[in-house]
Design a protein around this ligand. Structure first.
Ligand SMILES: [Zn+2]
Length: 288
């Protein structure tokens, strides 16, 4: 699943390419969108702006029309010059928005809806998003408060699952979940009731730092949490840039212990941690 920071970068690139431009072509393979487009054509509207909200990408058109998309595991937006060869199968095209010589093409996008400002406000899924770690207004104190509040209501919830819960903090994906827990020295299977205020604050701080660094880098998958020692090979394996994610059985970069992995939560998402740097409070929390 794309992490929040990659959605943020996508939205930023789309905004840069499309904002202020008039739509000169609109195509979609999604029937519900096509129906709306028949009644209230996108053609001729101006793209006002493109924003990310959590893992949602929102394209605002003039005349109160908003295209909401979610990438889930498979979806992506590409930008092309008109006439340029697409880097994905044409049959995977779901939405194509042309503005003069620029074309934004959404491939394999599983969730797409048109909204008005009002219907978007009422839309449960976007509205219920928690504090967005990438929004300009993100405050560590607010994210920490959201985590504490959730922890009070769900004392047995495991922090690794809570970090993925977009209703608590929006924008963190499965890779960062493990990386943030490592950097905060918190075992990802610890239950919310066992976390101190200080640990929760650290988690909120690190979440912001990691996500912002990745936006600033702005290239490719961009996920870098571990930065030294510098490698000289040109092929920088993405996993060599991470503390624990994807490193089961390998040495912890901090202490040398073998990194462990276990699937966690209803989605059985792989979770990685160092048993020494992130001690479990008791065998029950760690191994049950
Ligand atoms: Zn370690």
């Amino acid at each position: 699943m794309p992490e929040g920071d990659s959605i943020f970068r996508t939205a930023r690139a789309l905004n840069k390419a499309l904002a202020g431009k008039v739509v000169t072509g609109f195509e979609t393979a999604l029937a519900p969108l096509a129906r709306v487009n028949d009644d209230a054509p996108v053609l001729g509207r101006t793209v006002e702006r493109v924003e990310a909200r959590g893992k949602w990408c929102l394209i605002y058109f003039s005349g109160d029309l908003i295209l909401l998309t979610h990438m889930r595991m498979s979806g992506s937006w590409h930008l092309y010059k008109v006439g340029e060869r697409w880097q994905a199968r044409c049959s995977a095209m779901r939405i194509a928005i042309t503005c003069g010589d620029v074309q934004a093409v959404g491939f394999s996008i599983p969730v797409a809806e048109f909204h008005t400002a009002r219907s978007l406000e009422r839309s449960a899924q976007v509205q219920e998003l928690g504090v967005d770690v990438l929004s300009a207004g993100y405050k560590v104190s607010e994210a920490a408060r959201a985590l504490r509040e959730y922890g009070r209501e769900n004392p047995d919830a495991e922090i690794g699952n809570v970090l993925l819960n977009q209703r608590v903090i929006a924008g963190i994906g499965n890779i960062y979940k493990s990386e943030i827990a490592f950097a905060a020295s918190v075992h990802p299977f610890r239950r919310m009731q066992t976390l101190s205020d200080r640990e929760i604050e650290r988690i909120a701080e690190i979440a912001e730092r990691y996500m912002r660094t990745n936006i600033a880098e702005g290239k490719g998958a961009g996920i870098v949490t571990y930065t030294g020692p510098r490698r000289t090979t040109r092929a920088m394996d993405r996993r060599s840039r991470l503390w624990v994610y994807g490193r089961q059985g390998q040495e912890c970069r901090r202490c040398g212990a073998a990194i462990e992995m276990r699937k966690q939560g209803t989605g059985a998402r792989p979770t990685y941690w160092c048993p020494t740097c992130q001690p479990a409070l008791g065998t029950r929390e760690a191994r049950s």
